[in-house]
Design a protein around this ligand. Sequence first.
Ligand SMILES: [Zn+2]
Length: 388
Amino acid sequence: MLWLYDTRRRGTFAFQPRARTATMYVCGVTPYDTTHLGHARTFLVFDVLARLLETRGQRVRYAQNVTDVDESILQRAAKDKVSWRDLGRREERAFLQDMRRLGWRKPDAMPHATREIPAMIELAERLKRRGHAYETPGGIYYDVSTFPRFGQLSRFSTPKMRRILASQDDARLDDPSRRSPLDFALWRRVTDGPTWPSPFGRGRPGWHLECSAMCDRHLGFPIDIHGGGSDLIYPHHECETAQSEAAHGMRTRFVGHWVHVGPMRLDGAKMSKSDGNMVFVRDALKNTSPQALRLYLLDVHYRRPFDHDEERLARARKRAAALAESLGRGRLGPLEKDASTQDVLAALEDDLHAERAIRALERHSRRDLAPDSLASLRTIARKVLGIL
Ligand SMILES: [Zn+2]
């Protein structure tokens, strides 16, 4: 039985999918720059989560979006004097290439924002019909006062929310005449850059609308797991919750487990595209095997911040090589009930403590084990963790 932390309830709870297939939605990339270690770490957490469930016989449907139009991609395209579509396509290809090299368990659906505009418009109309949204000269806005649970995911104060909103890329586009500064755009009437027709005028969808609409279309409502980086808790996931739950009558919770991955830091500062302090996956892979890089990235519990450290990366290379040596190149086997397998699985099933699982694997693989136990450990190392 998997126990998984849920950000909303601030605790670890037994994972019980609502239907035979577990559903997982992860907020994906805005492809305007090369994949850095922070992205890789985040997506590998969900990769291991899906692999763990699947190895245990649980069917999983995993969807992850590509935000191929938003303010950051448009700003970058304008700065580099390239078309935003070309920039997005090129960077998405590079992202997929990087993740493929890392042995990523690819999502079953990867919807693109620009191809899902009708579903977003439909959702915005539904929210307006139900009294959760209103029009302004600048577009259509979600009225957060109609959603009493607004703020329950992040538990941030209003001043804190306002501070965060002011620092967002699209803050300058928000209509100052909206009823509350916390009200967020479902659709903005804009004239510059790419626009689409809608019943609310030509413009572009708000960022949060995209994920609620795609989640609904590709996984249904509600879903079992919703993931992303911890920086998405507010405003993105808070606003998604307000949209999705209001669109479905308010009674049912949108998500069973909110799973948020801590930030990747370089010299104490968050690794981010906007700040330009990044270590790219393709550079790291020049002298590190995919297995060793996975071991490195999984070696800190996912909810904790990860401080990039070249010495630890060098050690991860040695540890991956030593593990390959001790587990050997033999066959993979079914998961056994023996103490070693159970020890490693227990760490993973306790809120995905991959770092403890890796250490247990290292410890047990050095012992004199029966061939079946060894084959079972190899299965976990290769199929679940991808470090062998
Ligand atoms: Zn999202």
